[in-house]
Design a protein around this ligand. Structure first.
Ligand SMILES: Cc1ncc(COP(=O)(O)O)c(C=O)c1O
Length: 488
């Protein structure tokens, strides 16, 4: 990849200026380093320096050569003895590339973020508070699913949402399974879900003995299409699971009306949507159950973990029994109904309790990261950002874009190239109808979900990314898209 190709960053003194400009164009960093015939670093020239020179001398001849007076001689360099910290500080100050020189001041390398860090897709933010609460569990011996943090986490969670009765469980997937089972639907009832989601949504339906029915999504939200839901409803349909995909709110009121008219339950898969808003509210209060995930890449984490939040206490009480093998709460080892072990541990709940205290800070930081990316990418014609509208606000979970008509083949090569450069990017979720175990659950064409699935990628969204780092990621993204001969 270009930034490591030193020749794209170097020209010899007395070289023609148009040759230097071509190299600047190739390396995409807006700067070139000038060396003597013996490779001694003489200085740098930016594309701005050349522009100013041409304007001043009213000469755009391609015969101009690089002369000493054109060169900025105060270039920041590093040498072999310098620490990564020095390089990091220079990059953070806004030097996008830093030349590395030997004792004779000869240019030996060109350094970027790639030399010192890689960018994971997400990184959990664990601080002293989590460590201290986990320590409390370890020292007290309350390490399984009994212990005070479970109760605290559940209560604080409902308080944060200002809604419902929360049950902490072992994952977002088990939250969904528990939600479905607690509704006591007839066996093999049909449950409608979007085709563009993570497999957990459909697996939870299958694992609960129900029949999934795939529905296409909408281009204006990337979420389940309320018009198309209507066509899939029959007398076996008992529920719908709208997914807040990539933190996007679905058309809550429209789907609520369909559910009401057809006597359907709404189970919201909000695994990716914690903190997102619908009509300015963090919870729309229309779903019967809302399910969250606390996997390590989510808005808050408990390592693995999830929460099912119930609108009514009766279903909550049923779910609470199912979570623990259907055991009667008043009669130990007497089992009222079938169940399983879906419990969260006290250790996970301790982490969750600490994380929840910081949730507003996390969301604020995530919003900032999204805004910086948007700022760079909204001007790029061939990229569509996550849809925006006046009635909702994304949870800022994972920064995801659509490269218009790019195609999955090019997209996958792009991902490989980014990975080689230390940038962990991801393809959009593969639409469920395109995978062997789930094909049989589609009844209609699903063009929008298939299109989104083939053309989307997610970029690093760790909350400690800096503006310069995001710029670096964006530059590499764009140069690699260009290299793939993408016709816009
Ligand atoms: C849309 C969606 N639903 C459900 C889940 C399941 O959550 P978990 O991984 O905690 O089981 C995820 C997790 O990534 C998800 O993205």
């Amino acid at each position: 990849m270009r930034p490591k190709k030193i020749e794209n960053f170097v020209v010899k003194i007395d070289t023609k200026i148009d040759y230097a400009l071509k190299k600047i164009n190739k390396n995409l960093f807006g700067i070139i380093f000038v060396v003597s015939q013996k490779n001694i670093l003489l200085g740098s020239i930016s594309d701005g320096d050349i522009r100013r020179y041409i304007i001043k001398h009213k000469n755009i001849s391609n015969k101009i050569t690089i002369k000493s007076k054109l060169i900025n001689k105060r270039v920041k360099t590093i040498n072999s003895q310098d620490t990564n910290k020095k390089l990091f500080n220079l990059l953070e100050k806004g030097f996008r590339v830093v030349p590395k020189v030997n004792k004779k001041n000869q240019l030996i390398d060109i350094c970027t973020y790639k030399n010192i860090i890689s960018f994971p897709i997400a990184s959990p933010q664990i601080s002293k508070l989590e460590v201290s609460l986990v320590n409390n569990c370890l020292q007290s011996g309350w390490i399984s699913s009994r212990g005070s943090y479970i109760d605290t986490f559940e209560k604080n969670f409902s308080k944060f949402l200002n809604f419902g009765y929360s049950l902490a469980v072992s994952s977002g997937t088990t939250a969904l399974e528990l939600a479905i089972k607690s509704l006591k639907l007839p066996k093999k009832s049909e449950i409608i879900l979007p085709n563009f989601t993570f497999a957990a949504t459909i697996n939870s339906i299958i694992n609960s003995g129900m029949t999934p029915v795939l529905c296409d999504v909408r281009r204006d939200t990337w979420t389940i299409d309320y018009e198309k839901i209507k066509k899939l409803i029959n007398n076996k349909t008992k529920a719908v699971i709208p997914v807040q995909i990539y933190g996007q709110a679905y058309h809550v009121d429209k789907i609520h009306k369909i559910a009401k008219d057809n006597n359907l339950y709404i189970i919201e898969d909000c695994a990716e949507g914690l903190g997102g808003k619908y009509k300015n509210k963090i919870v729309n209060k229309k779903a019967d159950v809302i399910c969250y995930s606390f996997f390590a890449n989510k808005v808050i984490t408990t390592g693995e973990g999830g929460m099912a939040v119930f609108k009514d206490i009766k279903t909550y009480n049923t779910a609470k029994m199912i979570r623990s093998h259907g055991m009667d709460p008043k009669k130990k080892y007497y089992h009222n109904i079938e169940g399983s072990n879906y419990r969260m541990t006290n250790i996970q709940a301790a982490i969750g309790t600490a994380q929840l205290k910081k949730i507003n800070y996390f969301i604020k930081k995530r919003k900032l990261i999204f805004n910086i990316y948007d700022n760079y990418l909204s001007k790029i014609k061939f990229i569509s950002l996550l849809p925006k509208n006046t009635w909702s606000q994304n949870s800022y979970w994972l920064y995801t874009i659509l490269i218009n008509d790019f195609g999955s083949r090019k997209r996958d090569i792009l991902l490989e190239k980014l990975t080689k450069n230390g940038i962990e990017a991801r393809n959009g979720f593969i639409s469920l109808n395109k995978m062997k175990p789930f094909k049989k659950y589609s009844r209609n064409n699903l063009p929008i979900s298939n299109y989104l699935s083939e053309n989307t990628i997610s970029l690093p969204t760790s909350i400690n990314l800096t503006k310069n780092q995001i710029k670096y990621i964006v530059d590499l993204l764009l140069v690699n898209i260009e290299e793939l001969n993408y016709v816009k």
